[in-house]
Design a protein around this ligand. Structure first.
Ligand code: IPE
Ligand code: IPE
Ligand code: MG
Length: 247
């Protein structure tokens, strides 16, 4: 089926996931299969980002979360880390205006203090430029680790308790949620991982509590609008029970 056929089917089926999160994996293997250096795989993955953003807008998704660089990824060889930082700058330089025109609000989430100054400047610029948009929220997770995010929230709560602003009994799920990077965002309904790996790799551990999981064998640079729509169609056939029994 073509992407257009799949989109028609998605519309017929009804309920589209409000929030889709994607662990974009397989760039290195894609490059290796072509005897190219790993950064070429990352470069090629940029066009998948573009397609998936367009596809999400057309399908009426509200939030798209993309895992682009984990805290653990800082341990990769410096050449690869530098290539990824440059690609981030290049992506923002090339796409910011179009994203802004299309009504996309870009949020970059993670430990941003670790970014190089030019990458940090690019991130701040695109967030400011698109802050007022509301057609699609694009969360780019960079230098992100979910355990570190939960630890940060815990410290913030502990500080409030120590300062007498909050009592232990007042610590609720909502108090934790508002201290996560994703504060105010609905939880992901659908979590996609590409390249066939069947693990979460420290992504949104709190937020994916009831997300539907979809593992695609396709390597990220080969993942496009059609593959996104296939995942949405699969999601639409799932029964989400949230621990209850079927109606
Ligand atoms: C995903 O592709 C992108 C990042 C993690 C930055 P990988 O670089 O992990 O590709 P593989 O898993 O080695 O194929
Ligand atoms: C997860 O992919 C991180 C991103 C996609 C940014 P990795 O390739 O780093 O994860 P592992 O090492 O296979 O778990
Ligand atoms: Mg990988």
């Amino acid at each position: 089926m073509t992407a257009a056929d799949l989109l028609a089917r998605i519309r017929l089926n009804g309920a589209v996931p409000r929030h889709i999160a994607i662990i974009m994996d397989g760039n290195g293997r894609w490059a290796r299969e072509r005897l190219m250096p790993r950064p070429m795989g990352h470069r090629s993955g940029m066009k998948s980002v573009r397609e998936v953003v367009e596809g999400a807008i057309e399908a009426g998704v509200e939030v798209l979360s993309l895992f682009a660089f984990s805290q653990e990824n800082w341990q990769r060889p410096i050449t690869e880390v530098s290539a990824l930082m440059s690609l981030l700058e290049e992506y923002i330089a090339r796409e910011a205006n179009e994203l802004a025109e299309r009504g996309v609000r870009v949020m970059v989430l993670g430990e941003l203090d670790r970014l190089t100054p030019p990458a940090r400047a690019a991130v701040d610029r695109v967030m400011a430029q698109t802050a007022h948009n509301d057609r699609l929220t694009l969360n780019l997770f960079i230098s992100y680790g979910s355990r570190a995010e939960i630890l940060r929230a815990t410290r913030s709560i502990a500080a409030d308790v120590a300062a007498g602003k909050l009592s232990p009994g007042e610590i609720t799920e909502a108090e934790i949620e508002k201290r996560l990077f994703t504060a105010g965002c609905p939880d992901p309904d659908l979590l996609i991982r590409t390249s066939g790996e069947q693990r979460i790799s420290n992504f949104l551990l709190w937020q994916v509590a009831y997300a539907e999981l979809y593992i695609s064998p396709v390597l990220w640079p080969d993942f496009g609008r059609r593959e996104l729509y296939e995942a949405i169609v699969a999601y639409q056939s799932r029964e989400r029970r949230f621990g209850k029994v079927s109606a």
